[in-house]
Design a protein around this ligand. Structure first.
Ligand code: FAD
Length: 431
């Protein structure tokens, strides 16, 4: 038996078996056999969730034999993708046929099904999360039935199933809205926190993508604005600059900084002051997925909440006050992003234009006090936690935050009445 561990190294389990089915029919057989022996089966993607959402309590299913683009309609801008496809394979494959994802998060290691199941999002005040692009799904339910659900026939069911936390069944195929391949022009620069907070919504409204990183213990942020570039315009970063910024500074040096801060936490404020000042402006253009996704070698744990946009400044100010008063020393920047309201039942941006605030801690340091304080702050603003990032909410609280929560619970009873797919995390968050 092999031990399974998530990327953040804060969740591990030893599945009783690991299955790698090669087709929807094989998935269905496996579910039927598991249901017959009253066992449990947990689908897992790339293990990039910080919560125990993917942790198996019995057997585990990996879909790494179900990958690739199965069908594409270049005129209609739709593709059907095998559920185990990792984003870092999907984007280049889409580019090859002149297509691209509408938006992406900041890494590309996740599988498409894992990313959608937890409501993974990127940034963009006018753009929605990945799950909103779902047109249809093939899903194997708790008794091994294969169901094909499509927006054309049952849009509401697609909205309920999309952010599914692996609770309704095992998804084997996903049809997605995509768009014509595009380049992005990126502008990254240091700015004062106060000015950015004052203008955050307005700036976000002016750019297709806007996000910023606040350096705790300082009044400085790094902003990132990405907009669509005319084909052939703009230059990609020279290789040396990309290696220096994205590999050496963001990963190698940052790892050393975190090791140092783990030994001497009081150095964090001074290091953040320096980091926030040495960052220089850079402008470049590249294929969209290359601009969105960065390399993350420094391991951390993370909590992220979606809040109403008007709550962004109060939340960040309160967090800054807590950091100053608490004696905690935080080396990791706090990430702020935006998304438009959507209609996906368990999406963190359900019917609410949202700002996202994400906090991080190096995986070797204790995050508990910091994360608890953050959670108390966002609770005052009806914060909805990212399903794949650390939080302590349970079904009762989540039912208050999600108007369609009871319907999602009822759908789970219908799709998986004997709880073949459950685990401790789902028992907590779905009841
Ligand atoms: C370094 C890092 C950066 C990140 N950046 C972002 C970001 O920019 N934006 C953001 O929103 N999130 C981000 N995340 C969170 C991440 O996108 C989510 O946690 C995502 O769910 C991880 O995908 P995965 O393939 O690893 O899925 P896992 O974590 O393995 O699984 C997640 C869920 O999907 C379910 N699942 C997987 N496959 C299937 C299937 N075939 N059928 C049904 N259910 C399935 C699992 O059961 C589980 O419930 C980041 C995480 C890390 C570690």
């Amino acid at each position: 038996m092999t031990r399974w561990e998530n990327w953040g190294r804060n969740v591990s389990a030893t599945p009783t078996a690991v299955h790698r089915p090669g087709s929807t029919e094989e998935v269905a057989d496996l579910v039927r056999q598991t249901a017959d022996r009253v066992g449990r089966l947990r689908p897992v993607g790339s293990g990039h969730s910080f919560t125990a959402v993917a942790a198996p309590s019995d057997a585990q299913v990996r879909l790494d034999n179900l990958t690739g683009i199965l069908r594409a309609d270049r005129e209609a801008h739709t593709v059907t993708v095998a559920a185990g496809t990792p984003l870092h394979e999907l984007s280049p494959a889409l580019e090859h046929i002149g297509l691209a994802m509408i938006n992406l998060g900041d890494i590309d290691r996740q599988t498409i099904s894992g990313a959608i199941a937890t409501g993974t999002h990127g940034t963009g005040a006018g753009l929605t999360g990945l799950a909103d692009a779902v047109r249809g799904l093939t899903i194997v339910t708790g008794d091994g039935t294969v169901r094909r659900v499509h927006r054309d026939q049952d849009p509401d069911l697609v909205r309920l199933l999309a952010v599914g936390l692996g609770a309704y069944g095992i998804v084997t195929e996903i049809e997605l809205d995509v768009m014509a391949a595009y380049r992005l022009r990126a502008l990254e620069q240091p700015e004062p926190l106060a000015a950015v907070l004052d203008q955050a919504e307005a700036i976000a409204g002016r750019h297709r993508h806007f996000e910023f990183y606040w350096f705790p213990h300082t009044e400085r942020v790094l902003t990132k604005r990405n907009d669509i570039a005319e084909p052939g315009t703009g230059r990609s970063l020279p290789q040396w600059r990309e290696s220096l910024d994205d590999h050496l500074l963001a990963n190698v040096a940052f790892e050393q900084i975190n090791r140092l801060v783990t030994r001497r936490p009081t150095l964090a404020p001074r290091i953040n002051q320096v980091s926030a000042r040495v960052l220089s402006r850079r402008e470049f253009a590249d294929a969209s997925y290359r601009v969105f996704c960065t390399r993350r070698d420094v391991r951390f744990v993370e909590s992220e909440y979606a809040i109403p946009r008007a709550a962004l400044a109060p939340v960040l100010r309160e967090l800054a006050r807590w950091v100053d008063a608490s004696g905690e020393h935080i080396a990791f920047p706090v990430e702020v992003r935006f998304a438009a309201a959507d209609e996906v039942a368990l999406s963190t941006a359900y019917q609410r234009d949202s700002a996202y605030v994400a906090i991080h801690q190096y995986y070797r340091r204790d995050a508990s006090r910091y994360f608890a304080a953050f959670e108390a702050i966002v609770a005052e603003h009806d914060g909805r936690p990212h399903w794949g990032k650390l939080h302590t909410l349970d079904a009762d609280r989540l039912a208050e935050l999600y108007p369609r929560f009871r319907e999602a619970q009822a759908l789970r009873d219908e799709f998986d009445p004997s709880r073949v797919f459950t685990n401790d995390y789902l028992d907590r968050v779905l009841g």
